[in-house]
Structure formats: structure tokens, C-alpha cells
Design a protein around this ligand. Structure first.
Ligand code: NDP
Length: 271
């Protein structure tokens, strides 16, 4: 039987890296993409091929997908995972930074979907897993642009799922809660680059307070396992939120309504 192939974005660290390794361990030939090739080289094997690219580079994405098709003849799975978290109060994050958040987190995912779908449609088979976040369904002070980007991914994913279903392509959302990776440290470093006037100090301190739980969070392995399950299952979930904090955040927003939920969040942020 021909070996199945997977393309994983953001594979140089965290969830993407754990997913690339797990898919390879489970028989997939994995094209592992990210900007930092040196990090990708650490996981190179006879089943993992590093691909250096930036998800804002549409031409590089097309070249990559053509490379997958020309060398392996098929692309079975796309894991859209590469993203970063732009924190900061809406008033203070520059439009340039906001655009960058959408270029990577939203248009990056869209570019990959557009690149692989013609092949999946032709083969009448394929699986796309889009990694979103609890912030795909809720939004809190300081998380505005990141949450907006993840809400956009939820909307695009729900749309494309219905569009490609009849072509044998299944599309899944995985919504992680807080996971211990490079993500939060990078988020906080980026927050430091945003100039907040003293009036917003509570928001900045609140973000640090909320994210201080990150070192006690689970590692990326549980998300990688959920991705593998979504890839191999004949009937994958539409949206899988895990671990419990991700499920609870969305349930609480639904249960308590916008006003009470916002009050609870402000309390959690020590406002
Ligand atoms: P990491 O920061 O550890 O990994 C992010 C990956 O994305 C890296 O491999 C990075 O590689 C890649 N990446 C970022 N920007 C670009 C770009 N412009 N072009 C190509 N690759 C890029 O984070 P996680 O593993 O935690 O995050 C993975 C996913 O999980 C993201 O979609 C995130 O939103 C989501 N998530 C994470 C949570 C968490 O608490 N960790 C919570 C909820 C959701 P490189 O820098 O080498 O390009």
C-alpha cells in the first residue's frame, strides 16, 4: 500500500512538533514545515522531511504542496497549526501588528487549504485539521486580536467543512486550552513590545496573572494524540476542545452569558 502523507505546519516546536513525530510513528510520511530549519532538522528521519517556509509566503506554500505531490503522489492530511499570539489592548496594538496576526494565523491557514484542496478534491479523499483555541469561541481583555484570528478560523473551518464534504474531504477543529509550549513565553515577550499607557496596567498585569498558570499546564502530547485520533477516525469530531479548561471556558460563556462571563474573567485577571 502507498504510504500516507501528512503536511504539518508549525512543526518546529510545541504542538506541531509533537504531532509531526506522532504521525510519523503511526506510519505517515510527514512534511514538517516552519521557518526555523535548524529546529526541524532535529526531528528529521526516514519519515519526517523538514520544509523551511513562512506561512505568509504563498509561492513557497504552492511549491511545497507541488513537492509533496511530485515526490509522494498524494497528500492525505493537512495539519494547519502554525500561529502566534498577539496580546495587548485593542487601543495599543498597532494596525501593522494586527495585520501580521491575521496574515499568519488566518491567511496562513487559508493559503494551505487553498493549496491542498484541489488535490484532495481530485482524489476524493483528504483530511484537514485546523488548530484553533478556546479563544476561538470566547474573547477576553488583552486577547482581542488573537481571539479575533481564532474566531475567524472557526468561521472559515465551519464553512469549508460543508463545501468539501461531498468530495470526501473531512475538516476538523481542535481547540486546545493552555498547553506548555513556546507559545505563552513568546506571547508575553510580544506583549512587552506593545506600549501601553499606565491606564492599561491592569490589563497587562491581568494577562501576566492569567498566563502564570502555564507552567502547570499539560504538554503538547495530549493535543498531538487528539490530532492523530481526528486523522485516523472514520467519523472524526467536528470540534474537539481539550483539555478541560478549554471545554469549561466555552461552556461557561454559553451558560453564564456575556455580562456575567466578562465579570468572571475580570475577577480572574485581578481587575
Ligand atoms: P509554539 O509557539 O510552540 O509553536 C508555533 C509554531 O508555529 C512554531 O513551530 C513556529 O515555527 C510556527 N510559526 C509561527 N509563525 C510562523 C510563520 N510565520 N511561518 C511558519 N511557521 C510559523 O506554539 P504551540 O505549539 O503552542 O501552538 C500551536 C497551535 O496551538 C497554534 O495554532 C496556537 O494558536 C494553538 N494554541 C496553543 C495554545 C497554548 O497554550 N500553547 C492554546 C490554544 C491554542 P517557526 O518560529 O520556526 O516558524
Amino acid at each position: 500500500m502507498t504510504q500516507r502523507t501528512a503536511l504539518v505546519t508549525g512543526a518546529s516546536s510545541g504542538i506541531g512538533r509533537a504531532t509531526a513525530v506522532l504521525l510519523a510513528e503511526n506510519g505517515y510520511y510527514v512534511f514538517a514545515a516552519a521557518r526555523r530549519l535548524d529546529k526541524l532538522e532535529q526531528i528529521r528521519s526516514d519519515r519526517i522531511e523538514p520544509i523551511g517556509l513562512d506561512v505568509i509566503d504563498e509561492e513557497a506554500i504552492r511549491r511545497t504542496v507541488n513537492h509533496v505531490i511530485s515526490t509522494k503522489g498524494r497528500i492525505d492530511v493537512l495539519i494547519n497549526n502554525a500561529a502566534f499570539g498577539q496580546l495587548g489592548a485593542i487601543e495599543c496594538v498597532s494596525m501593522e501588528a494586527a495585520h501580521r496576526q491575521f496574515e499568519v494565523n488566518v491567511f496562513g491557514y487559508a493559503r494551505f487549504m487553498q493549496a491542498v484542496l484541489p488535490h484532495m478534491r481530485e482524489r476524493k479523499s483528504g483530511r484537514i485539521v485546523n488548530i484553533t483555541s478556546a479563544m476561538g469561541k470566547i474573547s477576553t481583555p488583552g486577547f482581542g486580536w488573537y481571539a479575533a484570528s481564532k474566531h475567524a478560523i472557526e468561521a472559515l473551518t465551519d464553512a469549508v467543512r460543508g463545501e468539501v464534504m461531498e468530495f470526501g474531504v473531512k475538516v476538523v477543529l481542535i481547540a486546545p486550552g493552555l498547553i506548555k509550549t513556546e507559545f505563552v513565553p513568546k506571547q508575553l515577550a510580544l506583549l512587552d513590545t506593545i506600549a501601553h499607557p499606565p491606564a492599561y496596567q491592569k490589563v497587562v498585569d491581568g494577562l501576566h496573572h492569567l498566563l502564570a498558570h502555564e507552567p502547570k499546564s499539560p504538554g503538547p502530547a495530549i493535543i498531538a494524540q487528539a490530532v492523530l485520533d481526528a486523522v485516523v477516525s472514520a467519523n472524526p469530531p467536528v470540534r474537539h476542545a481539550l483539555p478541560l479548561d478549554s471545554k469549561l471556558a466555552v461552556a461557561a460563556r454559553w451558560l453564564f452569558g456575556a455580562r456575567l462571563f466578562a465579570w468572571i474573567i475580570r475577577r480572574q485577571m485581578n481587575f
